[in-house]
Design a protein around this ligand. Structure first.
Ligand code: ASP
Ligand code: MG
Length: 440
């Protein structure tokens, strides 16, 4: 059995939804199909929640009405059979009634999660009705019946496996299972989610739980590319990546795959395929334990980075200084991405500014602190690149005109990262496209 996950744009129009149905039915094997919400829906639900949180009930009500109109038109265009259209309208009535009721109750974090869950509940129900209309045999498996988080909000693969295997036993003769990405229950049994973009994570957790033969992530691009197609003219898809390489790329900016989705696949050794709904025959990118080849494969950029330099003469010849620095970040649950040190200073980067003021204040007890916001990490990723000839030379030759703030080399064999001010990002990616790949 395999997992096929379709993102928001792949189900974002009635036409695209029909194509997804074709894709899953033309492939004869058993599969669990994981769907995101229609593109734009989770954003709209978040806007509705923000309006409610600010007590703007009228504004929220208008947004809900606009959304309902959109969904009514969507099912009208998708479906033709009157009985099925009736069913779809009942589904919409039920979910929009819920959204209307929330206008009358007081806003809370738990309610926010319920609101955000509507997108995936709607997309899977609408898609299921289309399958019904097409006489396709399918089973809708509610993610809220098997996806669970522990009290640290981490998914419980063991429990998910037990629940899913039990559920699947009831349907020995069925081949197509539909479920929601993104949504889950938390340790309290409430509706929760795997954070924005979390449908990929759902797919790989499910693939791990059922020991799937593959986890296919279908989007609107033919795999992971060697560079950002929005910034450089020419990019090419990468044929194969190791889990480690894919994790670096996903974390450091390749938008195509949620970074958290790598570990379940890697741990349970399920190959991941990145495929294109618009071009189903394209090879896409295969992610497995092995890298396939050595050398530079891709560059990726991650914005919104803050660099913090802590300078102290107490660091000279001292031990334990770094522990004290790291403890501050641990206290504020802020992850560090890059680190560089000299004998009297250490620089680190973080990608969340939530506790910047508190962190800065506490670090000042350890030395003088300098903060640079609006930085970008550019990562060069490839199998054994630190052993690949001339990579450093090409890198620095290409970037001779860029003010590099930090360099991280040797942390792993497949990543070299540089930190630059964000306004140099485009130029940096273009220079590297030429210098490392010979592309414009
Ligand atoms: N619908 C959710 C989001 O937009 C989850 C996902 O699409 O992956 O973040
Ligand atoms: Mg996504």
């Amino acid at each position: 059995m395999k997992v096929m996950k379709f993102g928001g744009t792949s189900v974002g129009t009635p036409q695209r939804m029909k194509e997804v149905a074709k894709l899953i039915t033309s492939d004869p094997g058993e599969k669990i199909v994981v769907l995101s919400a229609l593109s734009g829906t989770t954003n709209t639900l978040l806007e509705i929640s923000n309006l409610l949180a600010n007590n703007d009930r009228e504004g929220a009500g208008q947004k809900i009405a606009g959304m309902e109109k959109y969904y009514r038109a969507f099912v009208q265009e998708l479906l033709t059979n009157e009985t099925i259209i009736d069913k779809a309208n009942k589904v919409l009535a039920e979910h929009f009634e819920f959204l209307t009721i929330i206008l009358k109750i007081s806003f809370s974090e738990a309610l926010l999660k319920d609101i955000l869950a509507q997108g995936e509940l709607l997309s899977t129900k609408i898609f299921s009705l289309y399958l019904e209309e097409q006489n396709v045999d399918y089973v809708l498996l509610p993610a809220l019946d098997f996806m669970t988080l522990d009290n640290q909000d981490e998914p419980q693969v063991g429990t998910i496996k037990v629940k899913l295997v039990q559920l699947l036993q009831h349907y020995k003769d069925n081949k197509i299972f539909i479920t929601q990405g993104y949504i889950t229950r938390n340790a309290k049994g409430e509706v929760d989610n795997l954070k924005r973009g979390g449908s990929d994570y759902s797919a790989s957790l499910i693939a791990a739980a059922i020991n799937a033969s593959a986890c296919e992530i279908w989007t609107d691009i033919d795999g992971m590319h060697n560079n950002d197609p929005r910034v450089v003219k020419t990019t090419m898809p990468i044929k194969q990546l190791s889990f480690d390489e894919a994790a670096e790329l996903a974390y450091f900016g390749a938008k195509i795959l949620h970074p958290a989705s790598i570990w379940p696949a890697q741990f349970f050794n399920v190959p991941v395929r990145l495929l294109n709904t618009m071009q189903a025959e394209a090879a896409g990118t295969l992610i497995t334990e092995t890298a396939g080849s050595t050398g530079v494969k891709a560059v990726a950029a991650k914005d919104g980075i803050t660099a913090i330099k802590i300078k102290s003469s107490r660091m000279l010849l001292a031990y334990g200084f770094l522990r004290k620095v790291f403890e501050v970040f641990e206290k504020y649950r802020t992850a560090i991405d890059m680190i560089t040190t000299s004998e009297v200073a250490v620089s680190v980067t973080i990608d969340s500014d939530t506790y910047l003021d508190e962190i800065k204040k506490e670090l000042e007890a350890l030395g003088s602190v300098e903060v640079d916001t609006n930085q970008t990490i550019v990562s060069i990723v490839g199998n054994e690149i630190t052993e690949t000839k001339e990579v450093m030379k090409k890198l620095f030759d290409s970037l001779s005109a860029i003010p590099i703030r930090m360099v991280s080399y040797g942390g792993s064999r497949h990543n070299i990262s540089v930190l630059i001010p964000k306004n140099y990002k485009e130029q940096t990616l273009q220079l590297l496209n030429k210098g490392l790949f010979g592309l414009e």
